[in-house]
Design a protein around this ligand. Structure first.
Ligand SMILES: Nc1nc2c(c(=O)[nH]1)N[C@H]1C(S)=C(S)[C@@H](COP(=O)(O)OP(=O)(O)OC[C@H]3O[C@@H](n4cnc5c(=O)[nH]c(N)nc54)[C@H](O)[C@@H]3O)O[C@H]1N2
Ligand SMILES: Nc1nc2c(c(=O)[nH]1)N[C@H]1C(S)=C(S)[C@@H](COP(=O)(O)OP(=O)(O)OC[C@H]3O[C@@H](n4cnc5c(=O)[nH]c(N)nc54)[C@H](O)[C@@H]3O)O[C@H]1N2
Ligand code: SF4
Ligand SMILES: [Mo]
Length: 699
């Protein structure tokens, strides 16, 4: 019934909807529909017409409007007004800020020291325009240091590439048809929700789900089997699975003969790994390994959802290689519902040369700095500086290194250097923004153009701005265009606007642009079962058990188990292995400042097994100090059935300044790197835990 009051009020202003894409570093890359009324975003939903999104967003992005309209958004350019790191700023005009930044950067260029300038960016937005276009052009032309963007996925990516030839694999939708799914190093319910839908469909159709994860995650709770191995032992597990496939002859000899390389050598290696040997390494029963091998050898089709959680350890690259061999051994690739998926990003024919213009380097070869060693690089470590000059200026965008990079005590010390000129482009005043000399207000996704690929599905999405930027926020691409203009970079590519950059991302004909414009997304044309007949994108065209490329570099040509730098049992002072996987309601350090989401996560926590807690006099809810040779972090203990003995979990990634003592878990993690891909080893970290007095010193 319509009330009189409603009838007599003026008709509501017409609203319209705008199609977009979720920008976050998440495999799902959801399609968004924003409802706009009077220039204001009033509703943001998953696009029901996009099959992968199916109208559903995660809890985090359902709150995206709350994040966009957050009272603490950085809305104006700001200049530091207090000591470094104090987070004290005064408002300045864009003209003032950009002129000052251009002048400082020009000083480096004038003294032939452009390599002292370091861009630092990651996947705060996965958009090709705001993430890797005008910014790269700008730094290439400038001759700034290059950044090795290793912080997330390079170990697994390199392992996969050595074995399969690229970041390629199964199509996510076909997991629904699998009869066995190994969810390996992934808390899918938290971090890959739209894959989980397919896993559930498979389960309803009778599939068995196995979770391989040290932590009894919410995903493990819903699987039939949970293999709670010790962190960094996945390579040993994979080799033992191979051992069982071989001795029971659960092999697809025809597939192996026709489509793989190095079988005899791999066979010999795997035969050295009976389940008992792996069981001792992994800390799980040998019978559980044998049972898993039987399931994997005898169930068809069998699919593996591998995720990056298993590669943040010393041997992460080799573990990914070993696991990537499994589908070929049983011929799982023959079926579209069999095989493996770590990342689909290699399927997209992105024209990176057009977007990033490496030709603007004009033959110069600036040194490269590994982002995972930013603490060492900023504090002057010669190796981290690749023999180049000290870092004199750093421009941070799409990332929050003070919170997310390992050994953050050193990272913070580096950013605190008085002689370091720091520019931060941000939506919020993060831990990193606190150290800025200039803090520049960045647009959020509903305020700018972008184009997106995905690492969990195979669609390209267009993101149109739905509303005007709040305050004086500007897109990253705008900022770098303006800096380029001030520095006299006059190549025509520096005047491409954001929409033109979207258009440059794919060569003509590479994707169905008209369809993308009409419905917000377009699906790549790809075979259902890419490797049913081999055709791997490796040099040999085969699944390479043996990598001649690695052997030529003096490395092991075969995958092996490479133990952790900090393996359990190797230190009496620090007997517990700490992993720090994502909290479900945060996305790395994004959303930590959204009150409603932080309220769900509560406080920085350390999950610990009852036996480990009892041995240390720790009760549930007690304040604890977690420490090792690198530092100390205070948080609240949760005596939890999610933890196995010997392993503790510090869920991440809290903003340091929102923690109890101005630190987060990365105070404890190390800058040591992975075996392949120069990646970080966040989950290769030994600690000790003790009760602490609330708000005071250690008990
Ligand atoms: N909600 C939410 N979603 C996210 C993110 C987030 O922070 N929050 N992060 C995004 C990012 S950056 C990425 S890269 C992707 C993928 O993100 P990942 O970080 O891979 O995310 P998860 O799948 O949640 O977590 C990895 C799982 O690996 C487990 N693990 C830790 N060490 C080991 C090990 O040695 N072996 C095995 N087998 N498992 C181990 C952890 O307990 C955890 O459950 O997800 C994205 N999605
Ligand atoms: N201990 C521990 N540490 C980890 C991990 C872990 O599991 N454990 N995970 C690691 C992984 S997998 C990753 S990928 C990294 C992630 O590390 P980061 O890539 O640094 O990710 P976020 O912490 O989400 O920070 C992204 C920032 O970008 C900002 N941003 C978003 N969009 C834009 C934009 O359009 N313009 C600008 N200028 N800024 C924008 C957001 O506000 C946010 O502050 O962390 C790593 N660190
Ligand atoms: S964070 Fe992931 S699941 Fe959530 S809306 Fe974005 S793409 Fe979808
Ligand atoms: Mo990541």
């Amino acid at each position: 019934m319509v009330s009189a009051a409603v009838v007599s009020s003026p008709p509501p202003a017409p609203s319209h909807t705008v199609l977009g894409a979720c920008p976050h570093d998440c495999p799902d890359t959801c399609a968004l529909v924003t409802t706009v009324q009077d220039g204001v975003a009033v509703k943001l939903q998953g696009n029901p017409a996009h099959p992968h999104t199916a109208g559903v967003l995660c809890t985090k992005v359902s709150r995206y409007i709350e994040r966009s309209t957050h009272p603490e958004r950085v809305l104006y350019p700001m200049k530091r007004s207090g000591p470094k790191g104090s987070g004290q700023f005064e408002r300045v005009s864009w003209e003032t800020a950009l002129d000052a930044i251009a002048t400082r950067l020009q000083d480096f260029a004038n003294s032939n020291n452009s390599a002292a300038i370091l861009p630092y960016s990651y996947a705060g937005t996965m958009g090709l325009v705001q993430g890797e276009s005008m910014d790269r052009r700008f730094f290439h032309k400038l001759g700034a240091s290059l950044l090795d963007r290793t912080i997330c996925s390079t170990a697994g990516g390199e392992g996969l590439t050595q074995t399969l030839g690229g970041k390629v694999g199964m199509r996510v939708e076909f997991f629904a048809e699998a009869k066995l799914i190994l969810i390996w190093g992934s808390n899918s319910i938290a971090s890959n929700l739209h894959f989980w839908r397919h896993a559930q469909a498979a389960k309803r159709a009778g599939a068995k789900l196995v979770c391989i994860d040290p932590r009894k995650t919410e995903t493990a709770d819903k699987c039939d089997v949970h293999v709670a191995l010790l962190p960094g032992t996945d390579g040993a597990l994979a080799l033992a699975l191979m051992h069982e496939l071989i001795v029971h002859d659960w092999l697809d000899h025809d597939y192996i003969a026709r489509h793989t390389l190095g079988w005899d050598a791999l066979r010999e290696r795997a035969l050295q790994w009976p389940p008992e040997r792996a069981a001792a390494v992994c800390g799980v029963p040998a019978a559980q390994i044998a049972d898993l091998a039987r399931d994997y050898g005898l169930t068809k089709p069998a699919a593996i959802r591998l995720n990056y959680g298993m590669q943040r350890v010393h041997g992460g690259g080799n573990a990914a290689r070993a696991i990537a061999c499994l589908p070929a051994l049983v011929g799982a690739w023959r079926d579209r519902a069999g095989g493996l998926l770590l990342s689909s990003s290699g399927a997209f024919p992105v024209d990176r040369a057009a977007l990033q213009r490496p030709d603007l380097l004009a033959g110069r070869q600036p040194r490269t700095i590994n982002m995972s060693c930013i603490g060492d690089a900023l504090t002057g470590d010669a190796q981290a500086l690749s023999g180049g000059p000290p870092v004199g200026a750093v421009v941070v965008y799409n990332s929050n290194p003070v919170a997310v990079a390992p050994e953050s005590g050193k990272v913070a010390a580096g950013f605190a250097r008085d002689d370091l000129f720091t520019v931060v482009l941000e939506q919020f005043q993060t831990d990193t923004a606190d150290y800025a000399d200039y803090l520049l207000p960045a647009t959020v996704q509903i305020e700018h153009w972008d184009i997106h690929t995905s690492y969990g599905h195979t669609d390209v999405l267009l993101n149109r701005p739905a509303v005007a930027p709040r305050g004086e926020a500007r897109s990253n691409a705008w900022v770098f265009r303006e800096l380029a203009r001030r520095m006299g970079f006059d190549e025509p590519c520096f005047s491409d606007d954001d929409e033109a950059l979207c258009a440059a991302a794919f060569a003509p004909g590479a994707i169905d642009v008209a369809q993308m414009h009409a419905q917000g997304f377009t699906t790549l044309r790809l075979p259902d079962a890419p490797f049913a007949d081999g055709n791997f994108p490796t040099p040999s065209g085969r699944c390479e058990f043996f990598s001649a490329r690695l052997a030529a570099q003096g490395m092991d040509g075969l995958p092996n188990h490479v133990p952790n730098h900090e393996a359990v049992g190797s230190s009496t002072a620090f007997p517990l292995a700490m992993i720090s996987p994502p909290a479900r309601n945060f996305l790395n350090s994004t959303f930590v400042n959204v009150t409603s989401l932080r309220a769900i996560e509560g406080e920085p926590l350390l999950e610990i097994h009852a036996d480990d807690a009892a041995a240390r006099g720790i009760v549930d809810g007690a304040m604890v100090r977690v420490f090792n040779q690198r530092g100390e972090h205070r948080c609240r203990a949760e005596v939890s059935r999610r933890a196995r003995p010997g392993v503790v979990h510090g869920l991440g990634i809290w903003w340091r300044k929102l923690g109890f003592d101005g630190t987060n878990v990365n105070q404890l993690t190390s800058q040591r790197l992975t075996d392949l891909g120069r990646g970080p080893t966040f989950y290769d970290c030994l600690v000790e835990v003790q009760p602490a007095v609330e708000g005071g010193d250690a008990a």
